[in-house]
Design a binder for this molecule. Structure first.
Ligand SMILES: Cc1cc2nc3c(=O)[nH]c(=O)nc-3n(C[C@H](O)[C@H](O)[C@H](O)COP(=O)(O)OP(=O)(O)OC[C@H]3O[C@@H](n4cnc5c(N)ncnc54)[C@H](O)[C@@H]3O)c2cc1C
Length: 414
């Protein structure tokens, strides 16, 4: 992350007076025990003040120790500061894989898990669902380990950094696999909406992109684990003639290989290559999750707002995520569709439109992405999480003095 501490998008300058980068676990424990208020940060890819602190911040990127494979247990133990791109390259070389990845490989494992970051696929849970173990430094500086099945584990995975400084995560792995990526263009929007489940189930992971400015879904990216046939016409769309970037005006150099060329999972599931800047760079992002059964209703409601959306939009992405049981996961208890907006970097313009979108999605109890920009009132967000009071209790239990709280958490947690 840039110095002074600024997030990836450049729209948040963190306010911490002291930033720690410990190089040993003991040093981290001393930092945590000695701090009054402290927030952990990862690679700073969140678009709001979730990671911010008015006092101290800490990165775990400099802690020693490497990735450790537990082949018999079908798992890998990962230092929390490792980025998915590095983990994926390492795992693939060892013959293993993760079930899914987000659109970019640049984010830290702990930061992504803490916010419920996701990729796509009707059968794929978000990245936090792979977690089977969490190691963290608690407010008192002591180490704690939580394993799947332990009391409170389902609350501790998507933690928003509120429970302690995570030092390592254990993730489920599978044997490595190949993925082929096909891009289709210009699917009539009506056909897409009416046949949503079929379109989004056409491959292992499917992402649809629209600018909300024409009668079509501009691109649908299909990531196959099988060998797909290229159809000349698919739901009224056609295969792209050239490699595409999700934002039509941007060259595709930063994007992962298309045209059905087989490649390892980690070079196809993210849209963007590790060595390039992902997405547009100069942008803000927002994302709302609703029940997948409500996808058509949500898309039609947003279509009614296209005149507000299109002028400040770079691109919208529509993905699906399988339901999970993680208390603060936006996909908790429901198979979900996530509707994402990459906006131009004009915070005032974006914040003027968001309340309208949030209102039209309110009947569907939309949940916002914790790491992106939203304007929903705290009480509205809270009523959409069935386990939020259990999470409040877990926070009080592990961090009674509120060491890991900040303004953001004070607003959304009890
Ligand atoms: C270009 C771009 C593309 C994106 N694509 C996707 C996408 O495909 N899918 C998606 O869901 N999201 C996406 N995001 C959002 C991103 O995945 C999340 O904001 C994620 O949290 C970023 O991880 P980070 O390491 O940068 O976390 P940070 O922003 O640094 O921190 C996020 C949270 O994690 C906590 N945290 C970080 N490290 C620790 C730790 N060691 N211990 C305890 N808490 C910790 C922080 O306290 C904070 O609460 C994208 C963002 C960008 C900029």
């Amino acid at each position: 992350m840039r110095e002074p501490l600024i997030n990836w998008a450049g729209n948040v300058t963190y306010r911490a007076a002291r930033v720690h980068r410990p190089t040993s676990l003991d040093e981290l424990r001393r930092v945590v025990a000695g701090a009054e208020r402290l927030r952990a940060f990862g690679t700073g890819h969140s678009f709001n003040r979730l990671a911010d602190s008015d006092a101290e911040m800490v990165s775990v990127a400099g802690l020693p120790g490497g990735i450790e494979l537990d082949t018999a247990g079908g798992a890998v133990r990962v230092p929390a500061g490792v980025r998915y791109g590095e983990l994926a390259t390492w795992l693939d070389a060892a013959g293993f894989a993760l079930r899914n990845l987000a659109s970019l490989p640049h984010i830290s494992v702990a930061g992504a898990v803490a916010t419920g970051t996701h990729g796509s696929g009707v059968g794929n849970g978000n990245l936090a669902t792979a977690v089977t173990g969490i190691e963290l430094v608690r407010a008192d500086g002591e180490l704690a380990t939580l394993r799947r099945g332990d009391d409170g584990f389902a609350g501790a995975v998507v933690s928003l950094g509120a429970l302690g400084v995570v030092t390592a995560l254990t993730l489920e792995i599978v044997p490595t696999y190949q993925v082929r990526q096909l891009v289709y263009e210009d699917l009539p929007q009506a056909a897409f909406v009416e046949n949503f489940d079929e379109v989004m189930s056409a491959a292992y992971s499917v992402s649809a992109f629209t600018s909300w400015s024409g009668p079509v879904i501009d691109q649908v990216w299909r990531k196959h684990v099988d060998v797909p046939e290229i159809e000349e016409s698919w739901w009224g769309g056609h295969p792209a003639a050239e490699a595409r970037h999700p934002i039509a005006t941007v060259a595709a150099d930063a994007c992962t290989e298309q045209f059905g060329v087989p490649g390892p999972w980690h070079e196809r599931l993210p849209h963007f290559r590790l060595e390039f800047t992902p997405s547009a760079g100069d942008e803000l992002q927002t994302e709302y999750f609703v029940d997948r059964a409500d996808a058509a209703t949500a898309l039609r409601a947003l279509d009614g707002c296209r005149e507000l959306i299109a002028p400040i939009l770079q691109v919208s992405e529509i993905r699906t995520i399988a339901a999970d049981d993680l208390w603060l996961s936006p996909c908790e208890g429901r198979d979900s569709v996530a509707i994402h907006f990459t906006w131009v970097r004009d915070a005032a313009a974006v914040e003027a439109v968001l309340p309208v979108l949030e209102e039209v999605l309110a009947p569907l109890a939309a949940r916002p992405h914790w790491g992106k920009v939203f304007t929903m009132a705290p009480e509205v967000v809270r009523e959409r999480y069935r386990r939020i009071t259990d999470f409040d209790a877990l926070v009080r239990d592990l961090d009674p003095a509120g060491k890991f709280r900040n303004e953001f958490l004070d607003r959304y947690l009890g």
